[in-house]
Write a protein that binds this ligand. Structure first.
Ligand code: UQ1
Length: 458
């Protein structure tokens, strides 16, 4: 299947044909003049999965077990697969970084072929993707599961501030910085603790405020809560997008003396003076300076640049332009998307990817068999809103931002049971069932437990 093709006639010929276009791309130059590879390969597969994160790995497991060995290629440059929902708990000192990852080789399905490279150039008209190593992959079907990239560098001063040893700026979003959050927490005794939510789509939109609640509880446990002011500055116009849960979260903030400012966006970090600069999004250009002793920053995010530069694949916002119900691309019938890079307007969470996975799987198989696509994604997403060291509100909702709850209890209440589910049960479910392709989200469980629900909430 894989023919080894010498450098001169390799199939990634768009690269050779358009040298001027690429001339200022350092990575491409490195690729052109690299002496480390003598041969560039051309691969063929039935399904190319771009990305070995939650959605990509689960789908590769489902598809490769249906299609057989080496019919699915997974393009993924990273060595490690992180269970990112654990990062808030690491930030609060409840778990350690080493609990949150496995090697990519361990989690990707053995029946799929793993290419440890990055997707550099998408060409959906010719059904090919070129890789960072100069290879070309020809596919029948493409599944885009790249996730989001973190753009700390978009906020002047932020990336530098995060690199300062024993600095005052931290962030749970990156495996590089997440351990620094608890370190900083332990070093902080007083002053202004400021938390942010950026003006961009984010993965797990609940996480920026979960860490606020955890930090509040941390200082209460130590009896030092009166020594710190806690402020959550969010670029959103609301505390949480689903009113049912926002109505539960506002009183929690009030009771715990957490100041929430909406429509405030972090625009600069002046780390030499410990000052964060925010813009009032309702009055563009109006800036506020706030002195911090701890700044928790959530970076702006976007789909990867190498994907968004293929304008044919993405919508205005830069996410894969799919049909919200079938998750099939609106122009290319052999292209699908799953997870955070999808343009479907659901909340970007692992739970959403889990609920999307059976829909994408069945619709891809139908497309392969030339049948109509009948499976529909309802926009399900879930957000276990950890509100401290022993409580959690389990938010679950659909495209219409209406609650779509699994359990026959009032889920808008802080509960210990939901905390244990989030902390101890979810990681197991993730590694054992989701990544192996057996977890399709809680839809079935919801139906079964629906028997126990009072009829008005069914
Ligand atoms: C879920 O399916 C999921 O994906 C694996 C999560 O991410 C880790 C979750 O946090 C949650 C809550 C769900 C939904 C599962 C149940 C049992 C409600």
């Amino acid at each position: 299947m894989n023919s080894r093709i010498p450098l001169g006639i390799r199939q990634c010929n768009r690269l050779l044909a358009t040298p001027i276009y690429y001339a200022n791309e350092a990575s491409t130059l490195t690729r052109l003049f690299s002496t480390s590879r003598l041969h560039y390969e051309r691969h063929e597969c039935i399904v190319l999965v771009v990305g070995g994160g939650s959605g990509g790995c689960a789908m590769a497991a489902k598809l490769s077990s249906h299609l057989g060995k080496d019919k699915v290629i997974v393009l993924e440059p990273e060595d490690k697969h992180y269970y990112q929902p654990m990062f808030t708990l690491i930030g609060g000192g409840m778990k350690r970084l080493e609990h949150s990852y496995k090697t990519m080789a361990d989690v990707l399905p053995k029946k799929a072929k793993w290419l440890k490279e990055k997707a550099m150039e998408f060409d959906p008209d010719n059904n090919t993707v070129c890789t960072s190593g100069g290879d070309t992959i020809k596919y029948d079907f493409l599944l885009i599961a790249t996730g989001l990239q973190l753009k700390y560098e978009k906020i002047p001063g932020l990336a530098e501030a995060l690199e300062i040893p024993n600095g005052k700026v931290c962030s749970i979003y990156s495996p590089k910085y997440v351990e620094g959050v608890y370190d900083l927490l332990r070093r902080t005794n007083e002053g202004n603790l400021i938390f942010t939510f950026p003006a961009s789509p984010v993965k797990c939109p609940g996480a920026p405020q979960k860490i606020v609640y955890i930090v509040d509880h941390y200082f209460r446990k130590l009896g030092k809560r009166d020594k710190v002011n806690i402020t959550y500055n969010t670029a959103l116009p609301v505390l949480f997008g689903v009113k049912h849960y926002a109505d539960a979260l506002w009183p929690i903030c009030k009771k715990r003396n957490i100041t929430v400012n909406t429509r405030r966006n972090l625009v600069e970090v002046r780390h030499a003076e410990d000052i964060a600069v925010f813009e009032d999004l309702d009055h563009p250009g109006q800036l506020f300076e706030e002195k911090y002793s701890l700044l928790h920053a959530v970076p702006p995010m976007s789909a990867p640049d190498d994907l968004t530069k293929c304008r044919k694949l993405v919508n205005e916002a830069g996410f894969v332009d799919v049909n919200n119900s079938t998750l099939q691309h609106v122009r290319y019938s052999n292209v699908f998307a799953i997870g955070d890079s999808s343009g479907s307007p659901n909340s970007k969470t692992a739970a959403a990817a889990a609920a999307q996975s059976p829909v994408v799987y069945r619709n891809m198989i139908a497309a392969m068999e030339g049948k109509p696509l009948t499976d529909v994604y309802d926009g399900y997403a879930s957000c276990p809103l950890v509100t401290g060291y022993s409580t959690c509100i389990l938010a679950e909702f659909d495209y219409n931002l209406q609650p779509l709850e699994t359990f026959p209890v009032a889920q808008n209440k802080e509960r210990y049971s939901m905390f244990i589910m989030k902390k101890d049960f979810m990681p197991l479910l993730y590694w054992k069932l989701m990544l192996t392709g057996y977890w399709n989200g809680p839809g079935l469980m919801r139906k079964l437990l629906g028997v126990f629900k009072p009829s008005k909430s069914k």
